[in-house]
Design a protein around this ligand. Structure first.
Ligand code: PXP
Length: 238
């Protein structure tokens, strides 16, 4: 069984559209877990466009909610994360003007900085992950940096699959990287842009232990509800 992390950032996006408290993010997290999600992913962005500091505080103070916090290398954000002590963190690149996280981290140019940040979280017994592109070089850098896990950016393969283009080369890359990381003792996760079809294809890669999915789950819930949508993913990952 693969683990499913449900990213609830877009519950916050809908809430923020009205500036009040509906839909409530904390209740969405509890409900997603009740429906079978294994963890809740949130991204505290520098511009706070979805989840905010108060959400993080409330969510991470309930130790029954396994929180996977995505964060950039901005030191202000790192400090907030260390204070709130989520169960897991995943470091992601962040550009102010992007619509979503467009690619993986540049590990080569940021090795020292990332190593330093990873150590800070490890000291607090927080599981660490790096959001990376499917590149064998980046797997080696991840080992040097000392992360517990990596999350492979699946945005590119998801786009190819959705537009009925040939995705075999990209899939082979993801498979190779997953094998290499697993052999090096790094746990492999995947996420970004995934839907049912992508999940079915990527769930066949044995080394991938966890998927983090957000936008599609929240979008699909408009038609079929959060419960049904999460259950459909759980079925795929069984
Ligand atoms: N994993 C990571 C590291 C992400 O940054 C995101 C997007 O915030 C996701 C997974 C989820 O992507 P999506 O919302 O496209 O499913």
């Amino acid at each position: 069984m693969k683990r499913l992390g449900v990213n609830i950032d877009h519950v916050a996006t809908i809430r923020n559209a009205r500036g009040e408290d509906h839909p409530n993010v904390y209740n969405a997290a509890k409900f997603a877990l009740k429906c079978g999600a294994h963890s809740i992913t949130i991204h505290l962005r520098e511009d706070r466009r979805h989840i905010n500091d108060k959400d993080l505080k409330i969510l991470s103070s309930n130790k029954k909610i396994p929180i996977n916090l995505e964060l950039s290398t901005n030191m202000k954000i790192i400090k907030i994360a260390l204070k709130n002590k989520p169960n897991y963190i995943c470091i992601v690149p962040e550009k102010r003007k992007e619509i979503t996280t467009e690619g993986g981290l540049n590990l080569k140019n940021n090795k020292k900085k990332l190593k330093n940040i990873i150590q800070k979280f490890k000291k607090k017994n927080i599981r660490t992950s790096l959001f990376i592109n499917p590149s064998l070089k980046d797997i080696s850098y991840s080992k040097d940096i000392g992360t517990d896990c990596i999350e492979i950016h699946t945005g590119h393969i998801s786009r190819l699959i959705k537009s009925n283009k040939n995705y075999i080369k990209e899939l082979a890359k993801i498979k190779k990287c997953s094998k290499k990381a697993n052999n090096l003792g790094i746990e492999v996760h995947a996420g970004h842009g995934m839907d049912y079809k992508t999940a079915k294809i990527l769930s066949k890669i044995g080394e991938i232990k966890e998927f983090n999915i957000g936008h599609f789950i929240i979008g699909e819930s408009i038609f079929f509800g959060l419960k049904k949508t999460i259950k459909n993913f759980i079925k795929i990952f069984k």
